[in-house]
Design a protein around this ligand. Sequence first.
Ligand code: PA5
Length: 438
Amino acid sequence: MLNFKNSPYSLEELEKHQAKITAIHTSMEARTSLGAEYLGWLKAASTFEEKELKRLIQLASKIREEADLLVVAGIGGSYLGADALIQALKPTFGQDKPQILFCGNNLSAAYMEELLAYLEGKCFYVNVISKSGRTVETALAFRFLKKELTKRYGQEAGRYIIATTDAKSGALRRQVEEEGYKSFVVPQDIGGRYSVMSPVGLFPMAVAGLDVKGFLAGMTQAEKDFSSPKLEENAAYRYALTRRLLYKKGKIMEILVTYEPALEKFAEWYKQLFGESEGKEEGGIFPVAVANTTDLHSMGQIIQDGPKIFFETVVDLSKPSSLVLPEVKAEDDLDYLQGQKISGMTKKALLATLIAHEEAGVSNLLIEMESYSEESLGYLMYFMMRACAMSAYLGGVNPFDQPGVEAYKNNMLALLGNPNYKKYKADIEKKLREKNLV
Ligand code: PA5
């Protein structure tokens, strides 16, 4: 289903590091590695409880019959996977009902105002997703949605709310218990950015009408295919090791390259996965993304001729299409392309760019996918997660925490006047005054 190609390192070169890879793999399998309490995703797809999946699909079908919209409130790992998959697998133009909208992933007043205006006169359900149950952006958005539902339905508002959160702890779970919302569980041993195969990803996908069973089947296959410690057999580990060897040579940025507009959100999911997992202790590969051929006309120049601090990882995956260039009279010197498939041209653009960038000293790793479906995207996401965990471990950090995001949160909560952060407030305000920022 997936081929990892064009590593600048031969298998023999990679295998010099086999002992290290085996040691990390063994500690992951034995659940003794750093952050091992969050390794639940390794086998989550294959062990997803049948009964729970049935309940999830049934509830999603009911919403599909009734609603115009599902509004998903969540941020980071609590929405990026579903957003990526829905964009990738639903038609680009004229989505069928129910449309899936995302909120709670920003603090834009205008965004919320426009969303509330858009909801007017439409039947909508809310899926509020927060593992911790205390994320400000999500909780604020949820308040607006809850108010709107209460205005419409009074005591019955809870009927339109589905919460996805921790099984026992957190403010959202408490609300579920108090208000009697329907709910799903984010497993304790799975962190946000590794949770796409849990109800976090599956429920919005199912409401969108996507094949969640196919998605889980793809992930389950990947669990098997990337279970070997041997570099020769495990493409995810070859990719992870290649990244780290390039990093050691000063390639501090990875550019994920796609050629399908529907994969732009997939690149956002990838950025969070790798950025939050690896970027620690003043190290880590900075993940960015380009969407070609669009970005060849904006970023192509700097990739070709800019500083040699990055490598590219090209995902060769396109929506199936048999579209052929029609015969049209036009003075554009393109008659030689008439009758040819556009998908063939995309592949040629990919290969041409790969050679041009490599000749400029930019390594191009290639991930070739054989098909485009729920199954293959599940497979690809698992490949990425396996590679990401290995890559972070090779860098000596815990792939599953995110201590760095606390700094902004503490400052923000202090400035917003959260009583528990009172002691920081005066200090931050002083710093802002000194900088003439307030
Ligand atoms: O990957 C992560 O753990 C984070 O990006 C979280 O998903 C994000 O911060 C949202 O957290 P929560 O689901 O607790 O609201």
